[in-house]
Design a protein around this ligand. Structure first.
Ligand SMILES: *[C@@H]1O[C@H](CO)[C@@H](O)[C@H](O)[C@H]1NC(C)=O
Ligand SMILES: *[C@@H]1O[C@H](CO)[C@@H](O)[C@H](O)[C@H]1NC(C)=O
Ligand SMILES: *[C@@H]1O[C@H](CO)[C@@H](O)[C@H](O)[C@H]1NC(C)=O
Length: 776
């Protein structure tokens, strides 16, 4: 489904681009300004921005551009429709820090609470009061307010610090009105989208209100903080109680995503509004297709401004795995979340005419004869007109009444089943491509269908081509929970990976969380497949993606915010990172579904989130805005680039900051880059005692990468008060540093500090590299 969403965006994006190209040369630009330079003669920033635009346009003899948004919380400035000449002229205005072209970004449960060991009787749930005092802003496709997940008659009034606004149009049905004590806000942001489209939103296709007509936003919001509802299921699959991770946290929905994607100007406006409204956590399952330079990335800029206000920002890493350097939203002040499996499966097995059995997965829900395991003729799509099973290309005379083996790739997985159905086929076996190995994603196909791994696909294809009359049957086996023969978690192949494309010295992703086959609320205004030909409507849907893992971490961050109101966003991230676990439920290192082998910290980050442990991490690696500014200096940003974050050109003075290298940032993990100049890297780190006992002695344990000597001094940290901070120095020495043969290779290890009660663990990744130390 995640792949499907991405594919959907690509297709629609092309259509949208045609519309945009037909218009004049005005585009939306986001203009960052320095507020301290506003002359007192302008009563408001808007007066100032309008005047700036008017005088500039008079000078250029062009009509002034329209201002779409002004920003004043996570950023200062405005978004406006400008010609290229106007944008260029604005860049030369002294109080303008930068001018960025607006671009669209892509969107990237019953059982997950128990998989995360959350219990109503002990641990982080009761100790955080289920995050009752916390508001999570979900920036997504809106919300379906009629869902049971967004109404809870039992919770108290929301925190008075949050200013509610409920922007639904023509609302009538929900018992308690569209907004209530659970759904405390709903806003919509479309000016950037409409400006790019050049036309008003087509309200026959999309609602110009926070109403979710897609499904994705309702899914992510209910994963983060949906109310506890009984009897949730998707056509009987995954049946049980559904509830969000931060069950009593309040949801504020900010609709920023539209058919072609989610525009930067709208995202920044929503982040600004979320912080102004008083949200505590921002959940953003959206990203660019590759990691943008921080000073041009609205999500990075907005998240920096949010961190300044103490708001945690949790983002998906993207669905562009398994290639390296694919993770997005990689700024160090963001929590970057990869996706992993849980111990629940939806098996649907294939039995070939020769008796061989292959296990697959499916959420097919119909009653066709194939579901009874009927033996039918089997053909390969590549012999019937379309290897990828693209609509209208399959030859009906060859597939009619048969089971068709289709290859993954190209179009959406559910579209392949739909194509086979339209051509008269009886069933489908979807074979993974080699890239995705044995990563199986259960889809709610419109035809009896199952998905098998790449090697099974190859064997089935060979069988079809070697047997005179190939046949197959598919057996659907429902929902199976438990370790069984298939350990969990595993990292999804699609989950975007490190190393960090922008700053290899900062390990990304930070952590993994459930993101495969997740059951959560859906919109009644969309089908579960989002295909127009699919007439079904569901309350709950099962989909996959880092979009699904991000709100799990947003929920955990909300629980931590509820339990520790005084922790900074960096402290909350540190607690999540240093307590993550690295072994699956069979005791082995968490596997990577792309390779079948053990994953590395570039794939799983610090490991899988463990919410109860994160509640009491013992020590935290804290950092604040000044540290992040020093980080921007250390990656070589010039004052103009840094001032986009500080919003004050005079504050971007790197001569007084202290980080020698970006890896020196007080981050809870290590990504060390050996350059041609140096096979030795040393960092200072500072940890703060947040354990309940004032005196605690932590001893270091080190697991060095094979060809690196890691030393730590001191090896013991003796705390005698709560909130006390102590520092240590860690040195990484490449033991066989000899030049070019190592370039591009990686090794891994970890260190941990333990007082016998807490285990504060940081992963280590090392890279031998030339010229990669810091790329802007
Ligand atoms: C509200 O409380 C009632 C009575 O305790 C309970 O039956 C119901 O499930 C609760 N509803 C929710 C959404 O938690
Ligand atoms: C909402 O109501 C107004 C006024 O009754 C109407 O003009 C508009 O078409 C309605 N919009 C939708 C999406 O139903
Ligand atoms: C630790 O610091 C926080 C503020 O950062 C404060 O609220 C808390 O009371 C302090 N704890 C102790 C035991 O001093």
């Amino acid at each position: 489904m995640a792949k499907f969403l991405l594919a959907l965006f690509v297709l629609l994006l092309l259509a949208g681009a045609a519309v945009i190209a037909n218009r004049d040369d005005r585009h939306t630009y986001i203009v960052h300004v320095s507020p301290s330079l506003r002359p007192s003669s302008f009563p408001t920033p808007l007066h100032w921005y309008s005047s700036t635009l008017r005088s500039l346009c008079r000078h250029l003899r062009q009509p002034p551009g329209r201002i779409l948004y002004t920003y004043d919380r996570v950023a200062d400035g405005f978004a406006a429709q400008l010609t290229g000449a106007q944008a260029a002229a604005l860049r030369r205005v002294p109080h303008v820090l930068t001018v960025v072209h607006d671009r669209p970004r892509a969107l990237h449960i019953t059982h997950t609470p128990s998989f995360l060991h959350l219990s109503p009787f002990a641990g982080i749930w009761p100790l955080s009061e289920f995050a009752s005092s916390v508001v999570i802003a979900v920036l997504d496709t809106g919300i379906f307010p009629y869902s049971r997940s967004f109404f809870d008659p039992n919770i108290s009034s929301p925190p008075s610090t949050f200013s509610s606004f409920c922007g639904f149009l023509n609302f009538s049905a929900a018992a308690a009105g569209p907004c209530n004590n659970k759904l405390v806000g709903a806003k919509v942001f479309y000016k950037g989208y409409e400006a790019a489209r050049g036309l008003p939103i087509d309200e026959t296709l999309e609602s110009k209100s926070p109403l979710d007509t897609e499904g994705h936003g309702s899914h992510t919001a209910s994963t983060a903080a949906g109310a506890a509802v009984s009897d949730a299921s998707f056509f009987g699959y995954a049946k049980g109680e559904a509830r969000g991770i931060a069950t009593n946290a309040r949801i504020a929905a900010y609709k920023i995503c539209w058919a072609p994607g989610c525009y930067d100007s709208d995202i920044l406006a929503a982040m600004d509004a979320a912080v102004a409204d008083g949200a505590n956590v921002i959940s953003l399952s959206v990203g660019a297709s590759y990691a943008q330079a921080y000073y041009r990335d609205s999500i990075a800029i907005g998240a920096f401004g949010a961190a300044r206000h103490g708001v945690v920002v949790s983002c998906s890493a993207g669905n562009s795995g398994p290639d390296p350097y694919t993770a997005v939203n990689v700024a160090p002040w963001i929590i970057t979340v990869g996706a992993s499996t849980i111990d629940r499966e939806f098996p649907a097995d294939v039995v070939l005419g020769d008796g061989r059995l292959y296990s697959g997965v499916s959420l097919y829900s119909g009653n066709d004869k194939v579901t009874a395991g009927e033996v039918l003729p089997l053909v390969y799509s590549g012999d019937c007109g379309s290897r990828l099973c693209i609509s209208d290309l399959l030859d009906s005379s060859k597939v009619s009444g048969k089971i068709v083996l289709c290859d993954r790739g190209g179009n959406a997985r559910v579209e392949k089943g739909s194509a086979v159905k339209l051509a008269g086929g009886a069933g489908m076996i979807l074979a993974n491509s080699d890239d995705f190995g044995d990563e199986l994603i259960a889809d709610s196909h419109l035809i009896p269908a199952t998905m098998v791994g790449a090697s099974a696909g190859n064997e089935i294809r060979n069988y079809i081509h070697s047997s005179p009359s190939p046949t197959a049957a598919i057996f659907f086996r429902g929902t199976v929970i438990g370790a069984g023969k298939n350990p969990a978690p595993k990292v999804a192949s699609f989950s975007s990976r490190g190393p960090n494309y922008r700053t290899p010295e900062i390990l990304k992703p930070d952590v993994i969380a459930p993101g495969v086959n997740i059951l959560a609320a859906w919109s009644g205004a969309a089908s579960p497949t989002d295909l127009d030909i699919d007439p079904r409507r569901v309350e709950y849907n099962i989909i996959s993606g880092t979009s699904m893992s991000c709100p799990h971490i947003s929920g955990v961050a909300a629980l931590l915010r509820g339990a520790h109101p005084d922790w900074s966003p960096a402290a909350i991230k540190s607690a999540i990172v240093t307590t993550a676990y690295n072994e699956d439920n069979s005791g082995e290192i968490i596997k990577d579904l792309a390779t079948g082998a053990a994953s590395t910290p570039f794939v799983r980050g610090a490991g899988h989130v463990d919410p109860n442990k994160a509640l009491d991490p013992g020590l935290i690696y804290d950092a604040g805005i000044d540290d992040y500014i020093a980080f921007l200096c250390a990656i070589g940003y010039i004052p103009e680039q840094i001032s986009v974050f500080t919003r004050d050109p005079t504050a971007a003075d790197c001569s007084s900051t202290t980080l020698a290298t970006p890896g020196e940032l007080n981050y809870p993990s290590f990504s060390v880059v050996f350059s041609s100049h140096s096979g030795v890297v040393a960092h200072k780190r500072t940890v703060k005692n947040v354990g309940s006992s004032s005196s605690a002695t932590y001893k270091v344990k080190i697991s060095s990468p094979p060809e690196v000597k890691v030393t730590v001094a001191p090896t013991e940290l003796v705390f005698d008060s709560v909130n006390q901070s102590l520092s240590y120095e860690i040195t990484f020495a490449s033991s066989s540093f000899s030049g070019s043969e190592r370039v591009g290779s990686h090794q891994f290890g970890w260190i941990s500090w333990s007082d016998g009660v807490h285990e504060v663990r940081s992963p280590i990744a090392v890279t031998w590299s030339y010229g990669l130390v810091s790329s802007m």
